[in-house]
Design a protein around this ligand. Structure first.
Ligand code: C2E
Ligand code: MG
Ligand code: MG
Ligand code: MG
Length: 291
């Protein structure tokens, strides 16, 4: 390497670092405005039955349609919202929008479940149970199709608060899923303390199961453990049919990932759902005629 190229590498490194912190700075400044300007949107990613690939539900994933930065990922702004406290109104908006959407599907006879990500700050700095009750009443959604995803990192500092809220939400009929399972420090101790309905194996594991036998064995054990505890298992980040084959062999209940679909804007997801229902009806009509 010449001195020149070393220098370039160094410049590139600082430049990209600056871009990241500039971006955060600007996003952070624009945040309050963005809420007033309705720049947030929900995308929906299908969750499919691990056996046959049929859509059984969706996860709602937020994006920010920023004038200059384009579609901004939640990884770039959820932490900003947590810092400035706007995660509470943002989280309410997410839940309300998701519940209206779910109600619309159910009213059309499209019986799918919808999961919504919650931040720990919603548990710590607002009465989350009260908020959920209020929004459920307002949207008149059937809570039996509603699921809430919480991540372990968010469980850590706040044991009792989360414990009680989860208990109340489950008593209402809402299912609670443990998101990004396996990435935190105390996944097992939390499984031991919280009563949950399912867990989502983090995509960092799924991405390795095809070529790492240790990871495959870990995923196998997680699925067995979950089923032993009566929890359903969702694998996230499934990108190849080989990964799906391996997971199907282990009786993984649900699959989510680019193999089936990326997260989609609402109208595109609706179309996907309607097409699938029509496909299923055509097959059963055909079977009726044949038999
Ligand atoms: P998450 O809840 O673990 O969501 C799964 C992430 O994996 C999503 O990223 C999704 O787009 C991505 N993903 C799905 N399938 C694949 C795949 O096959 N390959 C790869 N490489 N990625 C895949 P996204 O949408 O960027 O969201 C990132 C995180 O932001 C979410 O992780 C969640 O923790 C958080 N988040 C998203 N929406 C909300 C929200 O409304 N409220 C809160 N509090 N957090 C949210
Ligand atoms: Mg999630
Ligand atoms: Mg996850
Ligand atoms: Mg995550």
């Amino acid at each position: 390497r010449t001195k020149e190229s070393n220098k370039n590498t160094y410049n590139f490194y600082t430049a990209s670092l600056n871009t990241q912190s500039y971006k955060r700075f600007f996003l952070s400044n624009d945040f309050r405005n963005a809420m007033q300007k309705n720049q947030f949107v929900l995308y929906y990613q299908p969750r499919v039955d691990g056996r046959n690939g049929r859509i059984v539900g969706a996860e709602a994933l937020i994006r920010w349609e920023h004038e200059e930065w384009g579609l901004v990922s939640p990884d770039d702004f959820i932490s900003i919202a947590e810092e400035n406290g706007l995660i509470t109104p943002l989280g309410e908006w997410v839940l309300r929008t998701a519940c209206f959407k779910l109600k619309e599907w159910l009213d059309k006879g499209l019986h799918v479940r919808l999961s919504v990500n919650f931040s720990i700050h919603q548990f710590l700095h607002s009465d989350i149970v009260d908020t959920v009750k209020r929004i459920v009443q307002e949207t008149k959604v059937d809570v039996n199709f509603l699921e809430i995803e919480i991540t372990e990192s968010s469980l850590l500092p706040s044991g009792l608060v989360v414990y009680h809220a989860v208990k109340e939400l489950r008593a209402m009929g809402i299912q609670v899923l443990f998101d990004d399972f396996g990435t935190g420090y105390s996944s097992l101790s939390w499984l031991n303390q919280l009563e949950l309905d399912g867990l989502k194996i983090d995509k960092s594991f799924i991405q390795k199961i095809s070529d790492n036998s240790t990871t495959l064995e870990i995923v196998r054990s997680i699925i067995k453990l979950a089923h032993g505890l009566n929890l359903s298992v969702i694998a996230e980040g499934v990108e190849s049919s080989h990964e799906w084959d391996l997971l199907r062999e282990e009786q993984c209940d649900e699959i989510q990932g680019y193999l089936f679909s990326r997260p989609l804007p609402a109208d595109q997801f609706d179309q996907l759902l309607i097409n699938e229902v029509m496909k299923v009806t055509e097959v059963s009509n055909y079977n009726d005629q044949v038999n």
